[in-house]
Design a protein around this ligand. Structure first.
Ligand SMILES: [Zn+2]
Length: 337
C-alpha cells in the first residue's frame, strides 16, 4: 500500500495495513523551510517554493500527506481583501475589512484568476507531476464563516449573529458560493482532498445551535455541489457539534486535542472518519518527542482513523516532534524503522 492508498482507505474507513501519521492542516515548519530553501513569506507566492514546502514533511520525515497552502487568506484576497504576507514564522493576515454589508460581496467574474488562486492551482499541477499517485495532495482553505469574518471582520459578524440573522445567512450563502467555485478549480487541477477549515465556526466562538442552523446547510451545499473528497476541520472544543459536522456530507472530521477521540467516533457514528489529534498548542509546539509519541499512541489506541496534528502546526515547533508521530506509528505497529 502506498501513502496515497493508505490515506484514502483510512479516510473512507476501508482496510489499511496500518494507520499512518499525516497532516491535514497547515504544515509549514521553519526547520523545513530553512533546510529546503522554501521559506515564508516567499512560499506563499512562489509556486516552486510552495510545492517544496507542501511536500517537505514527506521528504524530510515521512509524513504521509502533502498539504498546501499555509494560510487561510487565499479566497478573501482573491475577493479583494488586502493581505499582509507575514514573516518566516507569522502567517498571512487580512489587514482590514473589505465590505460592510452582505450585498456588497460580489464574486468577480475572474475570481479564479485573482490573487494567489492561480499559484495554488499551479502548485497542485507541479505536485501531481512529481508525486503522481504516490501521495495524497491536500488543499486547505477558509470555510464560509471564517471567510465571512475576514470580509466584514469577525467582530461585526458576531454582532450580526445576535442582531441581524438575515445578513448572516446572506453573507454565508455568498461565501459558500466562493468556496464552491474554488473547490471545483482545486479538484480540476488535481487535488485529491480539500480541507475547509472554519475556526470561526467553533463552539468556542458561536453557539452550537447556530452551527446547526447556519453552517450545516452551507457545508451540505458545498459537498453536494462538487464531487470529491472533503475533510472538515473546526478548531477547539467541537464535542457539541460533532454530530452536526458528521451531517455535512464530508468524508472525515479533523478534531483538536480538546475532543476525546472515542467520544467523537461515537458521536460521528459510521458517517465519517476521525482525524487528529496530537496537540499542536502543547505537545507538538512545546513538548518533548517522547511526549508526542505517548500522545500519538493514545490516539492510535483510541481508534483514530488518521493520526495527525490537532490543528495547524506552529511553524517554530521542533521538526523532531512531528517525526515522533511517524516513529510512534512504527513502534505501535512494529514496522521496520
Ligand atoms: Zn484548528
Amino acid at each position: 500500500m502506498n501513502p496515497k492508498e493508505r490515506f484514502l482507505n483510512a479516510m473512507l474507513r476501508e482496510p489499511v495495513d496500518y494507520t499512518p501519521a499525516v497532516s491535514v492542516t497547515q504544515l509549514g515548519m521553519v526547520e523545513a523551510m530553512e533546510s529546503l530553501d522554501a521559506k515564508w513569506p516567499e512560499a506563499h507566492t512562489d509556486p516552486q517554493k510552495m510545492a517544496t514546502l507542501g511536500a517537505s514533511l514527506w521528504e524530510l520525515i515521512g509524513i504521509g500527506s502533502i498539504r498546501i497552502p499555509f494560510c487561510l487568506t487565499v479566497q478573501a484576497e482573491a475577493l479583494g481583501s488586502k493581505v499582509r504576507l507575514g514573516t518566516i514564522n507569522i502567517q498571512p493576515q487580512i489587514t482590514e475589512p473589505l465590505i460592510t454589508s452582505a450585498d456588497q460581496l460580489k464574486i468577480p467574474e475572474d475570481f479564479l484568476e485573482r490573487g494567489r488562486i492561480p499559484v495554488v492551482l499551479e502548485v497542485i499541477k507541479i505536485l501531481k507531476k512529481k508525486y503522481g499517485d504516490k501521495l495524497p495532495i491536500l488543499v486547505g482553505y477558509e470555510g464560509p464563516m471564517t471567510l465571512a469574518g475576514h470580509l466584514v471582520s469577525t467582530e461585526k459578524f458576531l454582532v450580526w449573529l445576535i442582531r441581524n440573522r438575515d445578513e448572516v445567512k446572506e453573507i454565508l450563502e455568498r461565501a459558500t458560493e466562493a468556496n464552491i467555485l474554488y473547490t471545483e478549480a482545486l479538484f480540476k487541477a488535481g487535488a485529491d482532498v480539500v480541507v475547509p477549515c472554519d475556526p470561526n465556526a467553533s463552539p468556542d466562538l458561536i453557539p452550537p445551535p447556530d452551527f446547526k442552523e447556519f453552517m450545516v446547510p452551507c457545508f451540505r451545499h458545498l459537498t453536494s455541489s462538487v464531487k470529491g473528497y472533503f475533510v472538515l476541520h473546526i478548531c477547539g472544543k467541537t464535542k457539541k457539534i460533532i454530530k452536526d459536522m458528521a451531517e455535512t456530507g464530508v468524508h472525515a472530521l479533523s478534531i483538536e486535542d480538546k475532543v476525546d477521540i472515542r467520544e467523537a467516533k461515537e458521536d460521528a457514528g459510521d458517517k465519517v472518519s476521525i482525524i487528529g489529534n496530537v496537540s499542536t498548542s502543547k505537545t507538538i509546539f512545546m513538548g518533548k518527542p517522547e511526549e508526542v509519541k505517548e500522545e500519538s499512541k493514545k490516539a492510535l489506541e483510541a481508534g483514530v482513523d488518521l493520526l495527525a496534528p490537532s490543528c495547524g502546526i506552529p511553524p517554530i515547533s521542533p521538526l523532531n516532534n512531528i517525526k515522533a508521530m511517524v516513529d510512534a506509528v512504527k513502534e505501535y505497529y512494529n514496522l521496520p524503522s
